[in-house]
Write a protein that binds this ligand. Structure first.
Ligand code: ASP
Length: 470
């Protein structure tokens, strides 16, 4: 269909154009019918005289094709809130491409006052609203920028499996039963951690992925069961290299895509975990000098975290109740070099600091990563400190220990919570506003009706029987 995007009509004054889009608003003045026509690029007023058939039939959200002349509006009628506001279309032809039933939710508001369950049930309509459309486009731009930036610096984008094996990232796994290997389960990855490290063993040196991660957690604030990480891993690097690259990328995203925003301090200030806890009572300090300025971004690095902490009674990854220590961030991390001897000797455990670095912004965690143990003895020591028996270490992580024994280069990486970063940049109150199809706080998708029961036959094939609650 030959059509002009609404945003482009400002270059077409006096010309006849064909537009296509949705009826955003409608005012029927009898002889004249006015509509606001919306497409992805913008909104414009269209005026139908009595000679254009069908105009009085138009209702909200009908999809139409309109031919007409681009006219300048009288100065007193200019709407300077929208870029096309100085123009209108004098329609000469109208074709209704599709009708719409009455809308279950309005789409011409910011949507904040609409019940979220209803917004998610009609997400395909909710996404028609300008705010959400802009968020989805902004997310695309951030991701495109990241891809270009990293590709220019020699990074390779590599996909890793979603059907994987249980990974110890501290949350519960989503399990997928195998039909062919009955009784066995895949786990959806909590992060691509092990694969990305194995890609370093493979010699690929610089990896990144816009990776979907899955964590089965109880409702906890602004979390989603599946979310997106920007995941990196690099070989032959020290902590400084990873931090420098990340800082450069974050600054470039803000300066290029959000020039109206100000970064409070460059280079990003660094604070140790101990100091952050003492001064701010949190390991993601909000360092903003003016908390009312929506355009102020106060990034900071938090470093020098303790490697281990005492197991909490309800920890999902605690195996036996006898387990005393667990990792604070990532079991694959290396300790800071001065603590390697203690790690290997399993001594002074609470004092061992990890190479972990977290980047926070305005009081929220944007990302975190570490330099890894590239020698198998060190990784094994971590699991031993956590009280894992040899058999369990080899059953769960034998592949990692083996891989590290074949010339694994020193390596490290980081992952960002991409949904969180985009929501902060877009000044949105939660990550659901920047995800096309998010789930509710309790993990449901009211639109698709998931999770859902499956057919008896499917369960049978999987060898699964559901115990009905009596
Ligand atoms: N895999 C880690 C995480 O998901 C990030 C990293 O250390 O690279 O938190």
């Amino acid at each position: 269909m030959q059509r002009t995007h609404i945003a482009d009509i400002i270059k077409e004054e006096g010309k006849t154009v064909t537009l296509a889009g949705w009826v955003h608003a409608r005012r029927d003045h009898g002889k004249l019918v006015f509509i606001d026509l919306r497409d992805r690029s913008g909104i414009v007023q269209v005026v139908f005289g009595p000679d254009v058939a069908g105009a009085s039939e138009l209702r909200l959200e009908y999809v139409i094709k309109v031919k007409g002349e681009v006219k300048k509006r009288p100065p007193s009628m200019v709407n300077d809130k929208i870029p096309t506001g100085a123009f209108e279309i004098g329609a000469t032809e109208l074709e209704i491409l599709n009708r719409s039933g009455e809308m279950p939710i309005p789409v011409d508001t910011d949507g904040f006052d609409i019940n979220e369950e209803r917004r998610l049930q009609y997400r395909y309509l909710d996404l028609r609203r300008e705010r959400l459309k802009n968020n989805i486009i902004a997310r695309h731009k951030v991701i495109k920028f990241i891809r270009d930036f990293l590709a220019e610096r020699g990074f390779i984008e590599i996909e890793t499996p979603n059907l994987s094996k249980s990974t110890p990232e501290g949350a519960r796994d989503y399990l997928v039963p195998s039909r062919i290997q009955k009784g066995n389960f895949y786990a959806l990855p909590q992060s691509p951690q092990q694969y990305k490290q194995l890609l370093m063993v493979a010699g690929l040196e610089k990896y990144f992925q816009i990776a979907r991660c899955f964590r089965d957690e109880d409702t906890r604030g602004d979390r989603q069961p599946e979310f997106t990480q920007l995941d990196f891993e690099m070989s032959f690097v020290a902590r400084e290299d990873v931090m420098a690259l990340n800082e450069e990328l974050l600054i470039a995203i803000v300066k290029t895509l959000y020039p109206q925003k100000k970064i409070q301090e460059i280079p990003f200030p660094r604070i140790s975990y101990a100091e952050a806890m003492q001064k701010y009572g949190t390991d993601r300090p909000d360092m903003r000098k003016d908390k009312n300025d929506p355009d102020l971004l106060a990034f900071c690095w938090v470093i020098d975290f303790p490697f281990f902490e005492k197991v909490k009674a309800d920890a999902a990854h605690s195996e036996a109740s006898a387990q005393e220590w667990t990792f604070t961030h990532n079991p694959f991390s290396a300790p800071k070099p001065e603590f390697m001897a203690d790690l290997l000797a399993k001594k002074n455990i609470p004092d061992i600091l990890t190479t972990q670095y977290d980047v926070a912004m305005n009081g929220l965690e944007v990302g975190g990563g570490s330099i890894r143990n590239h020698q198998p003895e060190a990784l094994e020591a971590v699991f031993e400190i956590m009280g894992f028996k040899k058999e369990r270490i080899y059953a769960n992580f034998g592949h990692m220990l083996e891989a590290l024994s074949f010339g694994a280069p020193p390596h490290g990486g980081i992952a960002w919570g991409l949904d969180r970063l985009v929501s902060l940049l877009q000044n949105e109150p939660n990550i659901r506003e920047v995800i096309a199809f998010p789930k509710t706080g309790d993990g449901r998708d009211p639109m698709m009706g998931s999770p859902a029961e499956v057919e008896e036959k499917q369960l049978k094939e999987l060898g699964i029987e559901i115990k009905k609650k009596s």
